[in-house]
Design a protein around this ligand. Structure first.
Ligand SMILES: *Cc1c(COP(=O)(O)O)cnc(C)c1O
Length: 377
């Protein structure tokens, strides 16, 4: 059997809406993006969405929108995709890592205050694999120290915790529509916020700092545009928005099936003493974008390869960022600096998880994991 690591859920309605854009004159940012932004805001229960070409761009622009740059520090987690920390560097600021919780792999809110200095401007929590961080505690800390909260919600569109959804405790939350995310346009991203000024800045920053987009120039009598800020080129286009807009209507159905698959995995790994699953925090509604298991770090790569040999697509999300060559060389990080993130990074394996996965495929993965881990120990 061959089981892909991920399969997207694009259907005929997504193809049709995309073809409609391709047959229209406006391929770049226009009404379809506006429509998607409106519907994304409505899904998340927030006021404003800015459609972008990636979550990396979203994180970068959110930092710039709050004037975070050289000389500033941003507290974040080393257990995430490199985009999170790289965006802080792109803004010219310094990522300050805080270790993670052993049970959830999310940033350990109890360790955040010790990492705050007079240069700290923001906290950048990541809702890893779809489970939200402890936003109540993080918000209390941020308020006390007058810090912004920018959430990396790339895994967590459908999540909530203690009734709080992404973007509700934070000042801004960033999303990804990359190929393996919950809804996808191949590449794509967004920032949400409830603050009008922030939204205005984001919409200018996403297109070079111009005060008018191509659609404004095309649809009305020619008006000169001006450049107000030094922006970037991160604007989502109508093709991306057309791909996303119907997927957004089906997003809860996708998540429901992922939750079912996760229950099957958890049930069947319960009695396997070589496999540990992460824990659900109380009050958490996990979006469940990814399902990861932890195995003995000495054998992780062996387990990974043997699962691949059995036709199963697997990945490692993620090895701790501070031990990657660039970060080690630039900042002098060492083994032991963030021991929990390191342990998780050395133990973790991500299994296939997507709505199109059939029960028999899930069972095949379960049998393979149980068999391989029992043999390797
Ligand atoms: C995918 C991902 C990103 C980056 O998203 P892009 O849209 O590819 O830039 C950022 N953070 C996390 C946690 C991710 O998984």
């Amino acid at each position: 059997m061959k089981i892909d690591f991920y399969k997207h859920n694009i259907d005929q309605s997504d193809i049709d809406s995309t073809v409609a854009v391709l047959r229209s004159i406006m391929l770049t940012t226009g009404d379809v993006v506006k429509d998607f932004e409106k519907q994304f805001s409505s899904y998340l229960g927030c006021r404003y969405t800015t459609g972008l070409t990636s979550c990396t761009g979203a994180l970068h622009l959110a930092l710039l929108a709050y004037d975070i740059g050289p000389g500033d520090e941003v507290v974040t987690t080393p257990m995430t995709f490199i985009a999170t920390a790289n965006a802080i560097l792109h803004a010219g600021a310094l990522p300050v890592f805080v270790d993670v919780e052993r049970t959830t792999a999310n940033i350990d809110a109890a360790l955040i205050e010790a990492a705050i200095t007079p240069r700290t401007k923001a906290i950048l929590p990541v809702h890893l694999y779809g489970q939200m961080c402890d936003m109540r505690t993080i918000k209390t800390i941020a308020d006390k120290h007058h810090l912004k909260i920018i959430e990396d919600a790339a895994h967590a569109i459908e999540a909530s915790r203690d009734g709080i959804r992404p973007g509700q405790a934070g000042d801004a939350a960033c999303f990804s529509f990359y190929a393996t995310k919950s809804i996808t346009s191949g590449e794509g991203g967004a920032v949400i916020t409830n603050d009008k000024d922030t939204d205005d800045r984001l919409k200018i920053l996403r297109l070079h700092g111009m005060n008018k987009g191509a659609a404004d120039r095309y649809s009305k009598r020619y008006q000169h545009w001006d450049m107000l800020l030094l922006g970037w080129k991160y604007n989502m286009d109508n093709i991306q928005a057309a791909l996303l807009i119907n997927q957004l209507k089906r997003i809860d159905g996708f998540q429901k099936r992922r939750l079912e698959i996760c229950s099957m995995y958890e049930q069947e790994f319960k009695d396997n003493k070589y496999v540990t699953c992460l824990k659900e925090s109380s009050g958490s509604k996990n979006a469940r974008l990814m399902f990861t298991i932890l195995v003995n770090p000495d054998n992780r790569d062996k387990v990974l390869w043997q699962l691949q040999d059995r036709g199963i697509g697997v990945a490692v999300n993620y090895r701790a960022i501070h031990l990657l060559t660039y970060y080690k060389q630039r900042f002098g990080f060492r083994c032991g600096d963030f021991p929990v993130a390191e342990l998780i990074g050395d133990s973790t394996i991500t299994l296939p998880l997507y709505p199109g996965l059939k029960d028999e495929q899930v069972n095949y993965v379960i049998e393979a994991v149980n068999d391989v881990t029992a043999k390797i120990k």
